[in-house]
Write a protein of this length. Structure first.
Length: 278
């Protein structure tokens, strides 16, 4: 069958437009699966590019005055690990030698790891040539934690013991009765996925363990920014998310903490990002 000349011309133009669009926009989120699991069983979910307001409003309960609101743009989609790095994943990459004083079920988040330790884990993970991994930036972390929300927590402005792992220590025991009732252990974090994920499918962004991010600590500016990576100099590194040990308001999406990158804390672990296109 011979197509009329005008139909051939239309088809030719359509094909040209398709290939031109593909060349100009190779990183479109539509080109990627929503979820991804690597050979180690580390699960990732696709976070779309977008713009959000980072920081907290002046009337948010327990906010810190440093949480200045500013418009933030994440220009490219990325994969974020749906959970914190677990003991099993840590051992698989780092070996038993690096499990000293880290005990528990395979699905417990690894803790007592410094920022430098997390970078070493990522270095070895990348040496497997199965993608390019890194820590999330602070902006990426808050964007994924908020999951489109503008409230103190991804589900609203109040926190309760059934929403996240916090208040689970002898000094701060506000949630221990609830934690015992659901058969979790006291005075420690919970296995990953013990609580419901946020609207984007990411677990434990509120509570369980603090999470190292890539950025050095600095005070916020009110100016809009695109894909920031923090200051180029400085000592302290940022931690996000709160933990099992203390208060619920530490788990707010906008809350920030920081520590020396060599510090190893029983309350602190990390999760990783897998870069798109790798």
């Amino acid at each position: 069958m011979i197509l009329p000349q005008n139909r051939l011309k239309t088809l030719f133009i359509a094909v040209c437009i398709y290939f031109l669009f593909s060349a100009l926009y190779p990183l479109s989120a539509y080109s990627f699966e929503k979820t991804f699991t690597n050979a180690l069983g580390m699960e990732f979910i696709l976070i779309p590019a977008g713009t959000f307001v980072m920081g907290s409003p002046v009337d948010e309960l327990n906010r810190d005055e440093s949480e200045i609101q500013h418009k933030m743009t994440i220009s490219k989609p990325f994969y974020i690990q749906t959970t914190e790095v677990t003991l099993k994943q840590w051992q698989t990459v780092m070996g038993k030698k690096f499990l000293s004083l880290r005990r528990g079920p395979d699905t417990m988040p690894v803790t007592k790891v410094s920022w430098y330790d997390s970078i070493e884990f990522i270095k070895r993970l990348n040496q497997r040539n199965q993608g390019t991994y890194r820590l999330p930036t602070e902006a990426e972390w808050e964007y994924a934690a908020r999951a489109g929300s503008t409230t103190a927590y991804s589900w609203g402005n109040d926190i309760e013991c059934n929403k996240a792992m916090y208040g689970n220590s002898m000094k701060h025991d506000v949630c221990q009765l609830y934690i015992k009732s659901i058969k979790l252990e006291l005075d420690r974090p919970a296995p990953v996925k013990s609580y419901q994920p946020n609207a984007w499918g990411v677990y434990d962004m509120h509570g369980n363990v603090w999470e190292w991010v890539m950025d050095r600590h600095e005070e916020y500016s009110s100016a809009p920014a695109v894909d920031p990576h923090g200051p180029d100099s400085g000592t302290m590194r940022v931690k996000r998310g709160g933990s099992w040990f203390k208060y619920g308001h530490y788990c707010r999406s906008a809350n920030r903490s920081f520590a020396h990158p060599a510090g190893r804390f029983q309350t602190t672990g990390f999760r990783v990002v897998r870069e798109i296109g790798e």
